[in-house]
Design a protein. Structure first.
Length: 280
């Protein structure tokens, strides 16, 4: 681990790269964990990979040894310049570096068919990144492997009675597996929180786009006020007669005193079916 830490510091010094906490620039310096991440992606030589936040390219080169093609998206200009020169020097034809904000990236332009995502994601864009890429109907990935803040990973994988809007949102689109935890000392500079690697295997879409939006209108209303019972949140958030809410809860085998965090994903689906006619 020390060799990779030294290499990371030397590269940063040579290219005047100053890791910024505000950008989530904490470089992983443990080669074993890089190897673990690659193994979790279950790559073959037929796979296209989208890597987000390649940093200094240590993971990028490991991915490219197995995958058919790697498109690595890096926002930071200094890191992009280093990566571009490093890839050119190596003459690696399987890697393409893109200098762009991943939240403005169009996967359909680069991946006309199936692809996987591997990312040591800046923690401050986790929610919007997940919402964007999990809900894609065109150019949707088949598998996503992410390094995230440990607390967030556990929230994503939660079960009743500790569900959240994040848990429902992620589990609606994907099977969630916590692969391993990663202590702060495995990064340079060390972050203030522990990390974990999560694997998301995407499911076939449950609804069409229009019904998907309606479903999340229901879920967001349910979680709108944490301390209130679900029936009150739904009646207020959806402007539906409280009697209809109570009847729909009973019809869905959900307690009338339940809170949103008590519901499983299947409970939400049953409730959505019961309330669907009132939401159109």
């Amino acid at each position: 681990m020390e060799d990779l830490r030294v290499r990371t510091r030397d590269i940063c010094k040579l290219f005047d790269i100053n890791p910024e906490r505000s950008k989530g620039q904490n470089f992983l310096v443990n080669e074993k964990i890089y190897d673990d991440i690659v193994s979790y992606a279950e790559l073959t030589d037929a796979d296209d990979v989208l890597e987000v936040g390649p940093g200094l390219g240590f993971l990028t080169t490991k991915l490219a040894k197995i995958a058919k093609r790697v498109v690595a998206v890096e926002l930071d200009n200094k890191l992009f310049t280093f990566l571009e020169s490093a890839i050119q020097a190596s003459s690696n034809q399987k890697i393409e570096i893109v200098n762009q904000d991943i939240l403005r990236f169009n996967p359909q332009k680069y991946f006309p068919e199936d692809y996987k995502i591997v990312a040591n994601l800046p923690y401050n864009i986790t929610s919007i990144f997940l919402r964007l890429f999990l809900s894609l109907y065109d150019s949707s990935p088949s598998l996503i492997v992410l390094m995230l803040q440990e607390e967030v990973v556990h929230r994503m994988a939660a079960a009743p009675p500790k569900m959240s809007l994040l848990a429902v949102s992620v589990q609606h689109y994907a099977e969630v597996e916590i692969m391993r935890t990663v202590k702060a000392g495995n990064f340079w500079p060390a972050p203030e929180v522990g990390s974990a690697v999560v694997r998301l295997t995407l499911k076939p879409k449950k609804f069409n786009k229009q019904d998907d939006k309606l479903f999340f209108k229901l879920v967001k209303a349910g979680f709108s006020a944490k301390r209130k019972m679900l029936k009150n949140n739904l009646a207020g958030g959806l402007q539906i007669n409280p009697e209809e809410i109570l009847f729909s809860l009973s019809k869905s085998d959900i307690s009338t005193t339940a809170r949103a965090e008590d519901l499983s994903l299947e409970n939400w689906y049953k409730l959505f079916a019961a309330l669907y006619q009132f939401m159109l």
